[in-house]
Ligand binder design. Structure first.
Ligand code: CA
Length: 228
């Protein structure tokens, strides 16, 4: 079972990037763009860890941090554009597990999240990161795909889409889930993105893209990656 992250970030570009990387890393990601949305999603989805931006359109993320601390011990990693020692100390005192100043690398965020989760006693099972589909070798950690033993170039979006499908190998993933996880929650109506990118992926991975063996269409529902 994957861990659930509540990602609270109003900057669309940062949110979309973090969401796709966290998804590829095996987290289930729910995103909020404001304090009020974060409050209701926290109550409804019970995340395992919260990544919290401070500057939000309807208030300061620190307000939510204090509310979460009154409720329990969910790990909270604060991300902020403000680099201010005093504020950093204040947030850590208020119960933040860690504090990252933008811009930060996603690798750094993942490392801090792992530490915060471990500290709170959440065991991170090693996620499966390598998948073999007949002549296709997918390494999620290295972000590398090989076809018949040769490196295959995928764009970041193609890779994110393939990674999302391979993590649910054998199961149908709906259009809405794919669009939300790969592009972001505001793209769930853009089903034409999926047609374009699935076409590109099939062109690169399938011997006969018109008769796919791995990347199957579930008409009207979504897609399914078949692993055998
Ligand atoms: Ca912000």
């Amino acid at each position: 079972m994957s861990l659930k992250v509540l990602l609270v970030e109003d900057d669309r570009e940062i949110r979309t990037l973090m969401q796709s990387v966290l998804t590829v890393e095996g987290f289930e990601v729910v995103t909020a763009v404001s304090l009020s949305e974060a409050r209701s999603l926290f109550a409804n989805t019970a995340p395992d860890v919260v990544v919290l931006d401070l500057g939000l359109p309807d208030g300061d993320g620190a307000t939510l941090l204090r509310e979460l601390r009154r409720q329990g011990s969910v790990p909270v990693v604060v991300v902020s554009a403000r680099d201010n020692e005093e504020q950093k100390i204040g947030l850590l005192d208020a119960g933040a597990d860690d504090y990252l100043v933008k811009p930060f690398s996603v690798g750094e965020l993942l490392a801090r999240m792992r530490v915060a989760l471990r500290h709170r006693g959440v065991a991170l099972a090693p996620a499966q990161t390598v998948y073999e589909l007949d002549n296709v070798h997918i390494d999620l950690e290295q972000r590398a795909v090989r076809l018949d033993g040769r490196p295959l170039h995928l764009t970041p979006t193609e890779f994110a889409l393939l990674a999302r499908l391979v993590r649910s190998a054998g199961r149908v993933v709906t259009h809405r889930q794919l669009l939300a996880d790969v592009w972001g929650a505001e793209f769930t109506e853009h089903t034409h993105y999926l047609r374009i990118y699935m076409g590109a992926l099939r062109g690169k991975l399938e011997a006969d893209p018109a008769e796919p063996r791995f990347l199957l269409t579930e008409p009207g529902v979504g897609y399914r990656l078949v692993a055998d």
